[in-house]
Design a protein around this ligand. Structure first.
Ligand code: NAD
Length: 432
C-alpha cells in the first residue's frame, strides 16, 4: 500500500438516504467529506479512517453484596501519528464498541484541530454508575485500569474523564498504574485532583474553551454575548460549568436539563442555584422559579446560543429544521448528525463543531501532562491564558479554512485536522 498525499479522483462519500445514527459510521462520513476535499489517496484514507488498536476486556469486580459481576470494557487507540494517544473513559449502560471507536476518531481530529501533539483514543465500560456504590466503582475502575494497562502509559496513551467519570476515577487509575509499575506516574492520566498532579483550571477547561470559541463566533455573527439567551442540554461537568461561565459574561441562561428532563425561565436561571438544587435533589427538574421543559423542546426553543452538553445524536433530521439558535456550540461529542449539519448550514446557523468547541478539555489535559512530566506547575491564570490563546487561534484557523473551502465549520475543522494528521502520516512513511 502506498502512502502519499497525491490526489486520486473519488466519488463524493455517499450518505444513506435514511439517516444512519451509528456514530462510528457518522464519524467515517465526516472523515470522508474532509478526505474528499483534501483529495487524499485511497490507501491513506484507509489508514486514517480505521482505528489503530482496539482492546476489549472483561472486568470482574466484587459487588457490595459479595457477588462478582463481569463488566465489558474497551480502549480504542485511533491514531498516534502526531503523539501519544489521548482520550477519556466513559461509564454508561449504553457504551458500545462502535461508540468508543467514533469517540476515539473524534479525539484524533480534536487534538489535531487545536494542534497539540497527541493522537486520539477513548475508553468505556458498560455499566450503570448511578446504581453502583463508590467502593464498587473503585474496584471496577482499578480492574479496568489493570486490564488495559499494557497499552496505556504517559508515552503511550493517557486516559481522562468523560461521561460519569471524574477526578476521583482518574486518581484510582493513576494509583493502580503506579502501584503496578512501582513508581508514581503522574502523567498516565489527566483530569486528576490538583493534589495529585492535576492542573489548575482543568475542571472548568471544557466549558471555558467552549466559551472562548463562542465569544469569537459571536463577533462573526454580530451577536452581543451580554444579554444573549443560552439553552444548555446536559448539566454535568461540561454543561453546568458552561452555564456558570456564560452567566459570568452576562449571557442569560434560559434553559438547562439533565437525563430526567429540563427547566426553563425566559428571565434567566441562576446557575449557582441550579447546581445547589441538583446536588440536593439529583436533578434540575423541579427547581423553584422554573417551568418544566422536555429535552426535545429545549433543543428547538427560541434562544441565541444552543449548547448540547450531554450525549450524541440529539440534533438530527427530526429537529434540525426547528432549531432556532443562531449558534450551536457542541460541548458534547457528536450531538449533530451529518444530515442535520447540512440543514443547519443551509439555514445559516453556525455550528461550532465538537472537535473545536469542546477541545478546551483536552487542551488543558495537555497542559496537565506537560506540567506532570516537568514536575513544574502553573497558576490557574497562566493555564487559562494559554487555553485562550490555543482556542482563539483554533477558532480562526477553522473559520478561515471553512471560508476558503466554502464549507461549514465542521468540514472546515476536519479539513484542517485531517490534513495535519495526513501530513504527519505521509512524512513518517509506512513501517516497515
Ligand atoms: P457528565 O457525566 O458530567 O454530565 C453528563 C450530563 O448529561 C448529566 O447532567 C446527565 O444528566 C446529562 N444527560 C445524560 N443523558 C442525558 C439525556 N439523554 N438527555 C439530557 N441530558 C442527559 O459528563 P460531561 O463530562 O459533562 O460530558 C458531557 C459531554 O461532553 C459528553 O458528550 C462528553 O463526551 C463531552 N465532553 C466532556 C469533556 C469533559 O472534560 N468533561 C471534554 C470533552 C467533551
Amino acid at each position: 500500500m502506498a502512502i502519499s498525499a497525491k490526489a486520486v479522483p473519488q466519488a463524493m462519500p455517499r450518505i444513506a438516504p435514511r439517516e444512519d445514527l451509528n456514530v462510528f459510521r457518522i464519524s467515517q462520513i465526516q472523515f470522508d467529506i474532509a478526505a474528499e476535499h483534501l483529495k487524499l489517496e485511497a490507501g491513506l484514507r484507509q489508514v486514517l479512517r480505521t482505528p489503530k488498536r482496539v482492546m476489549e476486556v472483561s472486568v470482574p469486580a466484587k459487588m457490595d453484596n459479595g457477588q462478582v459481576k463481569v463488566f465489558t470494557g474497551y480502549r480504542v487507540q485511533h491514531n498516534i501519528a502526531r503523539g501519544p494517544a489521548k482520550g477519556g473513559v466513559r461509564y454508561h449502560p449504553g457504551v458500545t464498541l462502535d461508540e468508543v471507536k467514533a469517540l476515539a476518531m473524534w479525539m484524533t481530529w480534536k487534538t489535531a484541530a487545536v494542534n497539540i501533539p497527541f493522537g486520539g483514543a477513548k475508553g468505556g465500560v458498560i455499566c450503570d454508575p448511578k446504581r453502583m456504590s463508590k467502593s464498587e466503582l473503585e474496584r471496577m475502575t482499578r480492574r479496568f485500569c489493570s486490564e488495559i494497562l499494557p497499552i496505556i502509559g504517559p508515552e503511550r496513551d493517557i486516559p481522562a474523564p468523560d461521561v460519569y467519570t471524574d477526578s476521583q476515577t482518574m486518581a484510582w487509575m493513576m494509583d493502580t498504574y503506579s502501584m503496578t509499575v512501582g513508581y508514581s506516574a503522574l502523567g498516565v492520566v489527566t483530569g486528576k485532583p490538583v493534589a495529585l498532579g492535576g492542573s489548575e483550571g482543568r475542571n472548568e477547561a471544557t466549558a471555558r474553551g467552549c466559551l472562548f470559541v463562542t465569544e469569537e463566533a459571536c463577533k462573526v455573527k454580530k451577536i452581543n454575548l451580554r444579554g444573549a439567551t443560552v439553552a444548555i442540554q446536559g448539566f454535568g461537568n461540561a454543561g453546568s460549568i458552561a452555564a456558570r461561565l456564560f452567566a459570568e459574561k452576562k449571557a442569560k441562561i434560559v434553559a438547562i436539563s439533565d437525563s430526567r428532563g429540563g427547566v426553563h425561565n425566559s428571565r434567566g436561571i441562576d446557575p449557582y442555584k441550579a447546581v445547589r438544587y441538583k446536588e440536593r435533589s439529583g436533578t434540575v427538574v423541579g427547581m423553584p422559579g422554573t417551568s418544566r421543559i422536555s429535552n426535545d423542546d429545549l433543543l428547538t426553543m427560541k434562544c441565541d446560543i444552543l449548547i448540547p452538553a450531554a450525549l450524541e445524536n440529539v440534533i438530527t433530521l427530526n429537529n434540525a429544521e426547528q432549531i432556532k439558535a443562531k449558534i450551536v456550540a457542541e460541548a458534547a461529542n457528536g450531538p449533530t448528525t451529518p444530515h442535520a449539519d447540512e440543514v443547519l448550514a443551509r439555514r445559516g446557523i453556525m455550528v461550532l463543531p465538537d472537535v473545536l468547541a469542546n477541545s478546551g478539555g483536552v487542551t488543558t489535559s495537555y497542559f496537565e501532562w506537560v506540567q506532570d512530566l516537568q514536575n513544574f506547575f502553573w497558576t490557574e491564570t497562566e493555564v487559562n491564558a494559554k487555553l485562550e490563546t490555543v482556542m482563539k487561534r483554533a477558532f480562526h484557523e477553522v473559520h478561515e479554512t471553512a471560508r476558503k473551502n466554502h464549507v461549514h465549520m465542521r468540514t472546515g475543522a476536519y479539513i484542517l485536522a485531517v490534513g495535519r494528521v495526513a501530513d504527519a502520516t505521509v512524512v513518517r512513511g509506512l513501517f516497515p
